[in-house]
Design a protein around this ligand. Structure first.
Ligand code: C2O
Ligand code: CU
Length: 467
């Protein structure tokens, strides 16, 4: 789980000044009020300006896709236009959405074939930081760039647009020339180990961007980890400030940013409030490797006519789990390299070594590798489910529930998640047991999977149904 400088290509990229808006794809609004997201191939430089362009798949021609902003309770209307050569769909990560709009190919909709369109139309019930991404062969489609931010504002935005930054962090694997390494997509070595780890980090599609902050003003910094598999360890101490939300949901109380490394698993988000002092440039650093490096820099502009105070974020109306009456279930994770593989099945058949090689299935949830025919559990709305997640593997996993946020009730190894907030994705360290609880109140079929996208593809995917 370490990034070492040696793994990274030498040197950092150009320090492009983005101002505060991401240099992303632009938003296209059709006459009928739908935002249009066209998934298609595009060329973009993610390494240095002097380096080669990469063959990406993006929304509207750039990575990340356009930032979609709505207010809490508003409708999100998006027309997906598929100009890829393979089927796709869009999932709205973290949104407590109508099941039919959840965008999971093969579960909540058929994948949209090349040349066709699909209309997503749903209400965004909770304010906060979310994201959207492809949900068909995500290990490749997200890995090639099919993702973007979805920001749901409070009715009265807590921060002005100029004080509200979105930073999408992605970990790419570049080849020797500095272009996206296409060859290694689907490598069983990655699938059986930590997933596809990269060697180059971008923020909003750019290497080492510089943002402008205003001295004395309160800024909201929204961090989103969209990496296929990288658990980022960020040093937030230079930025300082307070942690105010995780996975879109406000903390009960703002916390000082942790002084050590702050872990963010794939899929997770964290919102900070930063009030910089006048003076030197600040840096956001990745410190998991032997040789930490800057991932973004922040120039501090002289104090203007600004607000240093900020309102407390109002909690979203999430149902509180009732532990006393909870239905208790266990989710046991096995498989993977150096893991327990005995007794696993896939498609009803014993999963032999040979079958593993043939199918690429090598991780199991409760002994089953891959999507089971039958739901892991069926809950009646509004039942509290207490899920004990046992990591019997040699790797960490970022477990994600669709359609529901949960509380972390217990975690055998205290981590930053331990904040009493609601989350939609939880990091479970190797050997660790985590208990989560949520009210199953959203009818439909929901995925529950590891957000290390290679693990999900290699078997760590199941589903539950709310009746
Ligand atoms: Cu962001 Cu099924 O995932
Ligand atoms: Cu995993």
């Amino acid at each position: 789980m370490r990034i070492s400088r040696r793994d990274f290509l030498a040197g950092a990229g150009s320090s492009a000044c983005l101002g505060i808006r991401p240099a992303a794809a632009t938003m296209a609004l059709a006459d009928d009020g739908f935002v249009e997201l066209t998934a298609g191939p595009s060329q973009q430089k993610i390494y240095k300006e002097s380096g080669p362009a990469s063959s990406l798949w993006t929304y509207n021609g750039g990575v990340p896709g356009p930032e979609i902003r709505v207010k809490r309770g508003e409708r999100v209307k998006v027309r997906l236009i598929n100009e890829l050569e393979e089927p796709t769909s869009i999932h709205w990560h973290g949104v407590r959405i109508d099941n039919a709009m959840d965008g999971v190919s093969g579960l909540t909709q058929d994948a949209v074939p090349p040349g066709e369109t699909f209309e997503y139309d749903f209400v965004a019930p909770d304010a906060g930081t979310y994201w959207y991404h492809a949900h068909n062969k995500s290990w490749q489609q997200v890995g090639r760039g099919l993702y973007g931010p979805l920001i749901v504002e409070e009715e009265e935005p807590a921060f002005g647009l100029d004080q509200d930054l979105t930073l999408i962090l992605d970990d790419w694997r570049l080849d020797r020339e500095g272009a996206l390494d296409l060859e290694s997509f689907g490598s069983l070595m990655d699938w059986s180990h930590a997933g596809r780890l990269g060697n180059w980090l971008t923020v909003n599609g750019v290497s080492l961007p510089r943002f402008d902050l205003v001295a004395g003003a309160a800024h909201r910094v929204r961090l989103i980890n969209v990496s296929n598999a990288r658990v980022l360890e960020l040093d937030l101490s230079d930025l300082g400030g307070r942690l105010i939300a995780l996975d879109g949901q406000p903390l009960k109380e703002a916390m000082d940013v942790p002084s050590g490394g702050f872990l963010m698993g794939p899929g997770q988000r964290a919102d900070l409030v930063v009030v910089p002092a006048e003076g030197r440039e600040l840096a956001l650093r990745e410190i998991s490797g032997a040789d930490p490096f800057d991932v973004a820099r922040f120039a501090i502009l002289p104090e203007g006519n600004v607000r240093a105070s900020y309102p407390t974020l109002k909690a979203n109306a999430l149902p509180e789990p009732d532990l006393a009456s909870a239905r208790k279930l266990v989710l046991d994770m096995t498989g993977g390299a150096m893991g327990q593989m005995a007794g696993m099945t896939h498609g009803g058949e014993p999963l032999t070594r040979e079958r593993m090689r043939e199918t690429g299935q090598l991780w199991g949830l409760n002994g089953v590798a891959g999507m089971p025919e039958v739901a892991f559990f069926r809950a009646s709305s509004v039942e509290t489910v207490l899920l004990e997640i046992v990591n019997d593997t040699a790797f960490p996993h970022a477990m994600h529930t669709h359609g529901h946020h949960f509380r972390i009730v217990e975690q055998s190894r205290a981590m930053v998640e331990d904040t009493g907030t609601f989350r939609d994705t939880v990091l479970v360290a190797a050997g660790e047991t985590v208990r989560i609880a949520f009210v199953a109140d959203n009818p439909g079929k929901w995925l529950l999977h590891c957000h290390m996208l290679e693990h999900a593809a290699a078997g760590m995917t199941t589903w539950f149904e709310v009746l």
